[in-house]
Design a protein around this ligand. Sequence first.
Ligand SMILES: NC(=O)c1ccc[n+]([C@@H]2O[C@H](COP(=O)([O-])OP(=O)(O)OC[C@H]3O[C@@H](n4cnc5c(N)ncnc54)[C@H](O)[C@@H]3O)[C@@H](O)[C@H]2O)c1
Length: 332
Amino acid sequence: MKKIALVGYGYWGPNVAKNIYRNKNLEFAYICDKRQERLNLAKDIYAESVNYTVDYTDIIEDPSVDAVALAVETSAHYELAKMALLAGKDLYVEKPFTDNVQDALELKSLALERGLIIHVDHIMVYHPAIRKMKEIIDRGEIGDFIWIDCSRLNLGQVKNDVNSMWDLTVHDLAIVEFLTGGSKVKSVKAMGTKMYSSRYSITQLMVQYEDFFSSMRASWISPIKERKLIVAGTKKMIVYDDVDVVNKLVVYDKGFDVKEEMEYSQYVVKARNGDAYIPQLNVEDALYNSLEHFRNCMVTREQSMTDADAAIRVIDILERADESLDSLIQRG
Ligand SMILES: NC(=O)c1ccc[n+]([C@@H]2O[C@H](COP(=O)([O-])OP(=O)(O)OC[C@H]3O[C@@H](n4cnc5c(N)ncnc54)[C@H](O)[C@@H]3O)[C@@H](O)[C@H]2O)c1
């Protein structure tokens, strides 16, 4: 049985802990957080079943630990991930993999040299609704992609080490990468505003992919919570609304039928307003699935679906988006 240690028991770490604990094929070895008060909270739940430490080197120096799961602030991923890989441990790391491409490439080659697994928790790829969307798309039901619109709005949690794109849009970029089979990016543009943080707290990212266009909004400053994805295809359209408990995923037979290609430089089209249906979704926890996929990769030694390469493709877009934001300031 693979032995795993969790580092970071802040906001998200407790969810990772719960799902490691639930997985009876993983041995939960340690919970580590540099803040003792966080460990005290963990002890109330896991009591004697795990070891607790404020010192990460306890884990690094324990040869019986096979893997490290990092749920620390994004800015701390690189240093701790590097230590884990140098100590020969497989790595589960929360999204975004790192806060820049160069660090990510270095971690990737460290893992390659040592034959270690890197699994980045692009959690939405393991979500039953996104899996179902992929199934529908792969059987050709929506036709070709025209437009993918994503929004992640809420009040909080304001971060100071990354902007809202690196915090939230990273999920949408991972979803688009997964649904479209890694479509090539042609250009990236972003706008945003800094409020209540030194980082951009509200952002709008526009990505021109080879064959379709995507718009992605992220905000830590919104009165309502929205987690929505609209996929408009040439045949059908899909809406995924994570906040809607009943109609999470709806497939619409809507679109335009092109009557004649071009007539005096204009398309002759007719709107189609057909039926909609709600696909049945498996009752599964995306985080559990993600951790189980990592466990499976550790056993089989196969690359994760969301490995360093997949994560680097996403971070590369985020870096280009940051450059676009910076160019706004220079011109402004
Ligand atoms: N997959 C998801 O849907 C999802 C959701 C939220 C957050 N996240 C990711 O999870 C990560 C953590 O986010 P968070 O909001 O929980 O952050 P957080 O600041 O609430 O918690 C981070 C914890 O790590 C601890 N820590 C930092 N450096 C440490 C070290 N060297 N040794 C031991 N402990 C250390 C801190 O004390 C803190 O308790 C981020 O990368 C974030 O992007 C993922």
